[in-house]
Design a protein around this ligand. Structure first.
Ligand code: AR6
Length: 229
């Protein structure tokens, strides 16, 4: 779409690009480098330990980026005070991870381009096992922003999700999330649940929980790899 633009090297460059592209068609919001934006799985409503989750995120990101070129991964949360974002940022900076290929970003995952100037063609959802809209958190935000098209496209592919697995769902062009934000795919993930009031409660079993969270991120990244250009 925008062949003249080089691979983005920083958020500043991204912002500049956005300005230069204001007159281009709306699909210029699709990034040159395949970019996956993902929330921290299981650490809010599902109450997973933040120290453990941040270790797993950094390790799984590092492993994945060794296997693939020319993609970006972005961990997103709503506020600068996000503990998980700050833990991951600190831990990632202690590794060899290239900060252009993995970084944290503060914003609403459903408005990364229009509000934040960050172009992400794929976003991940911390889903529930029934793959249903609502329930609060990022799941409600994504289903609301995507409109009924996401529910239909999801139902066509699966009726439920096992903890640790991911489901890649292409968004129809008519979805506002595609039209406005340039999001072509949503990847649903079901993480481990440490909240006694939710299904599949792991009763503080962090041996199992950590394995499931690792599997959730590796399934997410493999799903992203299968559609990355
Ligand atoms: N943009 C970016 N990040 C967000 C947004 C948003 N719009 N909304 C929340 N977050 P959670 P879980 C962050 O609770 O712990 C759902 O109801 C949030 O700050 O959404 O995996 C489902 O239906 C946190 O860092 O997911 C499941 O039943 C992260 O997203 C259950 O909750 C994940 O928080 C899943 O619980």
């Amino acid at each position: 779409v925008d062949g003249s633009i080089n691979i983005t090297s920083s958020i500043d460059t991204v912002n500049k690009e956005v300005k230069e592209e204001e007159d281009l068609p709306m699909y210029s919001s699709v990034p040159e480098v395949s970019t996956l934006a993902f929330p921290s799985i299981s650490t809010s409503d599902f109450q997973f330990n933040l120290e453990k989750a941040s270790d797993i995120i950094v390790e799984e990101v590092e492993k994945f980026l060794k296997k693939i070129e020319n993609v970006r991964l972005v961990l997103v949360d709503l506020t600068h005070r996000s503990k998980i974002l700050n833990l991951v940022k600190a831990k990632a900076s202690q590794t060899n991870i290239d900060s252009k290929k993995f970084f944290t970003f503060v914003g609403d995952i459903t408005q990364l381009y229009t509000q934040g100037g960050l172009r992400c063609n794929v976003i991940a959802n911390a889903a529930n096992w029934r793959l249903k809209p609502g329930g609060g958190g990022v799941n409600a935000a994504i289903f609301n922003a995507a409109g009924p098209a996401l529910e239909t496209a999801t139902e066509e592919r699966a009726g439920s999700l096992n903890p640790g697995s991911a489901l890649v769902v292409p968004l129809p062009l008519s979805s506002p999330l595609y039209e406005k934000e340039g999001v072509t795919h949503v990847i649903h993930i079901l993480g481990p649940n440490m909240n006694p009031n939710r299904p599949n409660f792991l009763n503080n079993d962090y041996n199992k929980g950590c394995n499931v969270l690792r599997k959730a991120y590796s399934s997410l990244f493999e799903g992203f790899k299968s559609i990355a250009r």
